[in-house]
Design a protein. Sequence first.
Length: 320
Amino acid sequence: MNYAVRSSILAISTAFATLPALALDLNANIEFDTNYVSTEKGNTAYVGAPARGATQNGRVELNALAKGINGDGFVAAKASFLAKRDSDVADDDLWVQFGTSTADLKLGRFEAADLFPLGRDTIVPFAGFDAYRAHLLRGRTGADVLQAALTVNASEAVSFELGLVERSADAGTAQVTKGLRPVVTVKFGDFSVRAGVEALKFESFNGGNTESVNRTGAALTGSYYLSNGSLNLNVAQGKNAADDKTTTVGLTGVIGALGGGVISGKAGDAKVNTVYVTYALPLMGVKNATITPALAFSQGSGSNTAEDVTALRVRINYGF
């Protein structure tokens, strides 16, 4: 393990252990993937897209979580460190949160409310372009980026989250530089409805000149909760950097060991359709160990002439 990561975890653990009324949790897990993908990496649009053919990748995740309580007030923190198969070391979640049961503020690197849940998304490729899912401001931002989320719980059934992201624009790149992301969630019985908007500023550079474009997008998801999973009906709409109207709809979910979904995205005249399925099985009867075969297919149509993508992944998870 990288010495700096090991030292950081030890320092965090020691500091947390000295605080009063503190719940401290240290845990780790390994996620290891064996992949087969039918097309070139450049023709697929999803994070961590493997190259054509058979590959392997994985990481060990080390988590330190703590929560201190004083009456109705609390302070919570999480640090997740990743040791990757390519010998790289990184952080995943790294945040601090404080407030009460009515309202709290979270600062750092994290994922905000999901406006287009994919269920068990072991592998979800998109041929040609990434279907818009109101996820541009969701989070896990890069270094030196301001990310915050204010959450207000009006009742047990109604909550509101306001996300904020801001980063400095680097010359020669095109990126989102700032944005707001309000999300409302309403729960009733076995159902919930979540709606949200992304309002962002996108900057690009042309011949030394900075061009700024404002974008908005919105999404609505309805979920039905089962005793062993959930089903989600999702729709998102916005505009991409080329000023094309984008619309994405999806039916996703998890029922017991079975997970999957169907997603259809449209950006201008370009279309992409993706279907994926997963099945999680116990591994050798060992507690917290699973093996999950996953199969996915994505196809473009209209002006999207990217090669079809067929992807197979076998994922092994073991928590310890």
